[in-house]
Unconditional design. Structure first.
Length: 370
């Protein structure tokens, strides 16, 4: 099993920064090797003289898509170990337009500009200075643009689920589209600038066939379940395997340990919360639950509880359909927590070991403030 820094909650660790530095070094090296240290080459795509940008970007997309698809299909990487950027149409549409206009005008993007600066390009330095100034301006205007952060928010969305097609079919279709773009890019380069040396070459033919075979191979591994059916199947699989809930003893232990990645939510009416609740829980009724939990989406562990399990289970399934993969319910709810963690050892039907009795006593002191 391959663990990610996000999956183990170590994004702010020295190890994560070291890994990022190494990856960044390789990233810059390959950008330079691809010719992205030159704004002339980058801008060539807008004049159809040099399609390197399109070919490199599609290659990166296919590498990531096929690589992660195979890794998750074989179980070598857990899906919950990956951070998936939520869809927020307002922020992403406006940000994309600003980025695109800046790319056309400056001939650089932030990553390529850093590579260009390392190669001694003055225009890259000017571009980066403008990027810093723009960041400062954005910070000063944040109050004005803040609504874009939530405008059109849809959570984590998958294109294949939205289109209602199996993931393997989408991967193959996207790969085929990329292959067509590779061939068209070579044709356009040859037509406009006399380049396109790979057009009809054995290399491009074999490369294209290998990509299509890799994409087709996923259909042999990934079950052909599509759209909402795939989401519902995942929810039911979690329920069947018990991955949708947290035991009271585990919750108590994590609360006692001060787990900073744990978000405990009491979804009962506020009056019941005020009467008694688990120490460390926040009160949030179901209509406002999705909005409150948005900053915690796929970050840490979210545990929902009520008196029983019916309402938390319904809320958990609803959030799962919105793309939340880190929401769990408390087994047997608050009643189960009281019975299994807070009931005095002397009143139990079965005797406890000295270690278990001491643990219950510690929990009672913490959660009942004895």
């Amino acid at each position: 099993m391959i663990e990610t820094c996000f999956g183990i909650g170590a994004l702010d660790s020295t190890y994560a920064f070291a890994v990022a530095a190494v990856i960044g070094g390789f990233f810059g090296f390959f950008l330079e090797q691809a010719g992205f240290g030159s704004s002339r080459k980058l801008a060539g795509i807008f004049y159809f003289r040099d399609m390197t940008v399109l070919k490199v970007m599609f290659t990166a997309l296919l590498t990531a898509m096929l690589g992660l698809s195979y890794l998750t299909a074989f179980g070598w990487v857990k899906a919950e170990s990956l951070y998936l950027l939520p869809t927020v149409y307002g922020a992403q549409v406006v940000g994309g337009l600003v980025f695109g206009i800046g790319f056309v005008m400056g001939g650089w993007c932030p990553g390529t500009a850093a590579a260009g600066l390392a190669a001694g390009k003055i225009d890259a330095l000017i571009f980066l200075a403008g990027a810093v100034a723009g960041s400062i301006l954005f910070n000063e205007m944040f109050g004005f643009v803040a609504p874009l952060y939530s405008l059109g928010g849809r959570g984590v969305q998958f294109v294949y689920a939205t289109l209602g097609m199996p993931k393997s079919v989408f991967v193959f279709a996207f790969t085929a589209a990329a292959v067509i773009c590779f061939w068209c890019a070579e044709y356009v380069e040859r037509k406009i600038s006399g380049r396109g040396k790979y057009l009809f070459s054995p290399f491009l033919t074999v490369f294209s066939l290998c990509l299509l075979l890799l994409a087709w191979g996923l259909s042999l591994i990934i079950p052909p379940v599509s759209g909402e059916a795939g989401i519902e199947s995942g929810i039911m699989a979690d329920v069947d395997s018990g991955k949708d809930h947290v035991e009271p003893e585990e919750l108590a232990a994590r609360l006692m340990a001060g787990d900073k990645g744990l978000v405990l939510v009491d979804i009962r009416p506020a009056s019941e919360y005020r009467a008694f609740h688990i120490c460390g829980a926040v009160s949030m009724e179901m209509p406002r639950l999705a909005a409150y939990l948005a900053p915690h989406k796929n970050r840490g562990t979210i545990v929902l509880y009520s008196n029983g399990m019916t309402h938390p289970a319904q809320a958990r399934d609803s959030l799962a359909r919105m793309g939340y993969r880190n929401v769990y319910i408390l087994t047997d709810g608050l009643n189960g927590f009281i019975a299994r963690c807070l009931k005095p050892a002397s009143l139990r039907d079965e005797p406890l070991t000295p270690e278990q009795a001491a643990r219950v006593a510690a929990w009672r002191r913490r959660f009942l403030e004895l």
